[in-house]
Write a protein that binds this ligand. Structure first.
Ligand code: MCN
Ligand code: CUM
Length: 788
């Protein structure tokens, strides 16, 4: 669709260059660690070498003797103020600093406050802790087995390591459908722990002003307003009330979900600043970030898919054990302990479905946070897309044909899934067909057959995923009771320039550009004349923040609604200026003109000036509006990805030869930014598919706690992504837009895994858990005697 506005105005559909880039490219961004305040103190954290151990004694004398060290803060110190535990977003509890025992390797044990970063680090190294090791449980199956040591001894009545049981769907109907099925495939799928590893680690500067009692925290957070409320709820009793707290989220070097939780370091820095009255900076190093921040995934899935003889898919049944580490700190909407995992019927019209998830405590850091995925959607997509492929191979059907046969059809939207979600719009076959055309699917299948005859290993994998983003409708979505709306406030200045503030917070997504484009579209004010601000709770309207690709679906909608309120007032002012009735005016981006007399017109800039200089008597001056938008539904972006791999029989290495990604996020605001989101997202989908994993040995020692063994794909490992779009607008979003921020990360791993298994199916390989490392593949080949 051609853009409605001129390139000069830069509304929707223009690839406007990112307004934020000039400062980033020149190194002029302001990240938390760039903030320097006079008299600032530094915090460093002592961490546990044990995964489970009693704390016998913490020796602080040597540390206190280090020049520059001012204090060593322990759990006992915080306990005096009731601040040694804090609530998690899922209403569990998490230690800020331990008093009795540590629960995972790298857990915070004590904090050292000093006059420089280096003294703080030297001090932390000098703190000696006597531990008494306790039995360690790292496997959630073992954690749930009878007789396992109970980990959460802090919970008086807790007799096991079971956190919760959650199930969804019609069990009886599902069992019945399975009983009637002609074919059933069953597969265990493990989706390992991974870490977002954003370029910038987490950190904060807490500054408590003892005179006016105000706390300002510069903080790497994706959700500044929610953090302010949580701080007030946790520390209101020690005088930190919400009007005395200001959270500033400055530039952020990648969030990806890892900057949603509250980490102990933030709370300790706040406590240290409140006690000393000095600004206190805490910034994690890379290994702390990898080893102790919240993790994603860690789902042990057991799935079954049922089909009729002709390949009609009928039902899915899933049992899952979710490893949450020692506390359930998942950042989910409160009502959904397993996130939106129940979108696991995917793009297919299944008649019945049932999902069960059991959460387990283990001696690991808090898990269940996202890795560029809207609350467990990747887990759901990986499951249904792997199962669909297994079914296709089992039936001897082409995986594309099986998908085409079972897709929800365009005429079925809005579509209610067997698990109760109402998909807003989609054209799944359209996206898959385009992907197949782009990649030359039929030719590739012929090539594969020829190669197989020669003993070469080539595979083609498809993932036709449906996402669910934009949390969310207040009826079902809240975090700790706060409804998941979002907001936009616009002020048009007398000279026709504007400032707009939002409840969300960009971490690299380009909001300063794309929100300005939405307003340019709605008001006709050039995007370059609109300043966008986010992340300061003293100035921005309340909102729930940026994650779950919700900014466009929720705050983007708020922007459109607020702009339309402004347009309504502008119409009245224009009518007054043109001496006609408001209804006699027609709007085109940037001006109102009199019906049938296009020369009699007032531009939005003229109207803005009049709003302050010559507004109708009885009308309030000014031109501003605010919207707190409660979406009527989520948005359901989708896509079809096709991946071609060649497998090296000598090394087991998987080489991605081609990867075509067709995405549909409804109407697009900025095509260049959307393409960038998909490129980055695909690379973050490649990562867990082939490289990334954090695991633990029996003693709970972390494997993958540094970049030496936590493998991130670099430009060398990343293939050339071939991207494209179809456009199926969301019927309920004011701009017809859906989110795009996570689609590629959610959809890509299954395409890659499906391609690898497709290359090896004829050798009897049905499934390989990600990451699909050369070692895993080589072992499979060796066991079948086909290595070179
Ligand atoms: N967009 C668009 N047209 C659409 C949809 C989106 O032009 N139809 C644009 C938006 O205007 C925005 C960007 O694409 O500039 C992403 O929008 P959206 O899908 O609404 O997602 P959010 O802005 O809410 O970003 C969150 C999402 C998530 S949850 C993760 S995780 C992730 C992601 O974005 N983290 C990122 N992409 C990231 N990109 C960067 N650079 N850094 C991160 O930390
Ligand atoms: Cu889901 S990772 Mo993002 O939601 O910040």
């Amino acid at each position: 669709m051609a853009p409605r506005t001129s390139a000069e105005v830069g509304g929707m559909g223009h690839s406007v260059k990112r307004k934020e880039d000039p400062r980033f490219i020149r190194g002029k961004g302001t990240y938390v660690d760039d903030v320097q305040l006079p008299g600032m103190l530094y915090l460093d954290i002592v961490r546990s070498p044990y995964a489970h151990a009693k704390i016998v004694k913490i020796h602080t004398e040597t540390a206190l003797a280090v020049p520059g060290v001012l204090a060593v803060i322990t759990g006992e110190d915080l306990a005096k103020y009731g601040l040694h535990w804090m609530p998690t977003l899922m209403s569990d509890t998490q230690m800020v600093l331990p008093v009795e025992k540590v629960m995972y390797q790298a857990q915070e044990v004590a904090a050292v406050l000093a006059t420089s970063r280096y003294s703080a680090a030297d001090g932390a190294a000098a703190v000696q802790v006597d531990y008494d090791p306790l039995p360690v449980v790292v496997d959630p199956h073992q954690a749930l087995a009878p007789g396992a040591p109970v980990l959460r001894t802090d919970k008086k009545d807790k007799k096991d390591n079971h956190i919760w049981h959650w199930e969804w769907g019609d069990r009886a109907a599902t069992d019945r459908t399975f009983a009637e099925a002609d074919h059933v495939v069953k597969q265990d799928i493990y989706i390992p722990r991974i870490h977002v590893a954003s370029i910038e680690t987490c950190g904060c500067i807490a500054h408590f002003d003892k005179v006016d009692g105000k706390l300002t925290v510069w903080m790497t957070t994706q959700a500044p307003h929610a953090i302010r409320t949580v701080f007030a709820l946790v520390a209101g009793h020690v005088g930190l009330e919400e009007h005395k707290i200001r959270i500033i989220s400055p530039d952020i070097g990648g969030g990806f979900g890892g900057k949603v939780p509250v980490y102990p370091g933030y709370v300790i820095a706040v406590a240290a600043s409140v006690l000393t009255g000095k600004p206190v900076k805490w910034v994690e190093d890379r290994m702390e970030n990898l080893q102790a921040d919240s993790f994603a995934r860690d789902y042990h899935i057991s799935a079954e898919l049922a089909a009729k003889k002709d390949g009609t898919l009928t039902a899915i049944r899933i049992k899952t054990i979710a490893d949450h580490g020692y506390t359930d700190a998942a950042a989910n909407p409160s009502k959904f302990p397993a996130g939106l995992f129940h979108v696991c019927t995917g793009s297919y019209d299944l008649k019945a479905a049932h999902v069960e998830v059991d959460g387990a405590y283990t001696n690991k850091p808090p898990g269940g946070i996202a890795y560029r995925c809207s609350f467990r959607v990747t887990e759901a997509v990986h499951t249904i897309e792997r199962m669909t492929d297994i079914m296709a191979h089992q039936l001897g059907m082409d995986p594309a044909e099986l998908r085409m046969k079972n897709f929800v059809k365009p005429e079925n939207f809005p579509y209610r899934s067997a698990l109760g979600w109402e998909y807003d719009s989609g054209d799944y076959a359209g996206a898959l067909r385009l992907a197949m055309d782009r990649i030359g699917y039929a030719d590739l299948r012929r090539e594969q057959a020829e190669k197989r005859a020669r003993g070469e290993l080539m595979g083609i994998g498809i993932s036709s995923f449906t996402e669910i983003v934009g949390a969310g409708p207040s009826k079902h979505f809240d975090i700790l009771g706060i409804k998941m709306f979002d907001s936009c406030e616009i002020r048009i200045h007398p000279t026709g320039k504007a400032i707009a503030r939002f409840g969300t917070k960009s971490q690299g997504q380009g909001h300063e550009t794309t929100y300005a484009q939405i307003l340019a579209e709605e008001l006709g004010i050039p995007a370059k004349d609109i300043q966008v601000e986010e992340g300061d709770t003293d100035t921005a309207p309340y909102g729930l923040g940026t994650y779950a690709s919700r900014s466009t679906p929720v705050a983007g909608a708020a922007a459109a609604v607020a702009a339309r309120k402004i347009q309504d007032k502008a119409r009245k002012i224009a009518a007054y200026l043109l001496e006609c009735a408001p209804d006699d005016l027609v709007w085109e981006p940037g001006k109102f003109s009199v019906k049938g007399a296009p020369d009699r017109a007032k531009t939005i800039q003229e109207i803005a000036f009049a709003a302050y200089t010559n507004h109708p008597q009885g009308m309030e001056a000014g031109l501003e509006a605010v919207s707190y938008y409660d979406p009527p539904n989520l948005t359901y972006p989708f896509g079809s990805y096709i991946c071609v791999v060649d497998i090296d029989k000598g090394t087991g290495e998987v080489k991605i030869r081609r990867f075509v990604a067709i995405d549909d996020c409804g109407n697009i605001i900025n095509p260049m930014i959307v393409e960038g989101q998909v490129h980055g997202g695909l690379t973050m989908g490649l990562a867990p598919a082939l490289f990334e994993e954090i695991s633990y040995d029996e003693s709970g020692n972390v494997q993958g706690g540094s970049f030496i063994d936590y493998l991130l794909p670099t430009a060398v490992e990343t293939p050339k992504w071939e991207t494209g779009n179809t456009v199926t607008p969301s019927p309920h979003h004011p701009l017809g837009a859906k989110g795009i921020g996570e689609s590629a990360t959610v959809g890509a791993p299954a395409a890659i895994a499906n391609a690898v298994v497709d290359a090896l199916w004829h050798l009897g390989v049905r499934h390989i858990d990600i990451p699909i490392t050369p070692a895993k593949v080589w072992k499979l080949l060796r066991d079948r005697g086909v290595t070179d």
